[in-house]
Design a binder for this molecule. Structure first.
Ligand SMILES: [Zn+2]
Length: 130
């Protein structure tokens, strides 16, 4: 008698269950990667991003859109304050995604958003200042 054989219905799982990424998680990871980028850039790069007309440094928009190339200009002190909380991100006004984050501050040229609790683990574990 042969073991197994054909006709058992499901044969062998190459069922991909390794990456069941939810949209929320994907957005959080996009934002976390922009945050890491901002944190890794040197002062001269920030100065170049904001352009010669601005005394304040420029940062890449930390919204969930992986293709976003917007630059926001924020005082360095303010940036540092936002960076102290791993759930806060700086985005261009209009780039907030209100079903995954809340706008906690609206300023000229940028919004500060707070990620919802569901993805707090992701944004904490990817915190470049941790
Ligand atoms: Zn953006």
């Amino acid at each position: 008698m042969k073991r197994g054989g054909p006709g058992l219905g499901r044969h062998g799982g190459s069922y991909d269950c390794s990456m069941p990424r939810s949209r929320d998680e994907r957005l959080a990871r996009n934002e976390a990667s922009f945050r890491s980028l901002n944190d890794a850039l040197g002062a001269n790069v920030h100065a170049r991003l904001s352009g010669p007309a601005s005394a304040d440094p420029g940062f890449v928009c930390e919204c969930g859109n992986g293709d976003c190339e917007e630059i926001i200009v924020v005082e360095m002190d303010r940036y540092e304050q936002v960076r102290e909380d791993p759930c806060l991100f700086l985005v261009k006004p209009g780039h907030e995604i209100t079903d995954v984050e809340d706008v906690v501050e609206r300023d000229d040229g940028y919004f500060v958003v707070r990620k919802h609790e569901e993805v707090a683990d992701i944004v904490r574990e990817t915190d470049p200042r941790r």
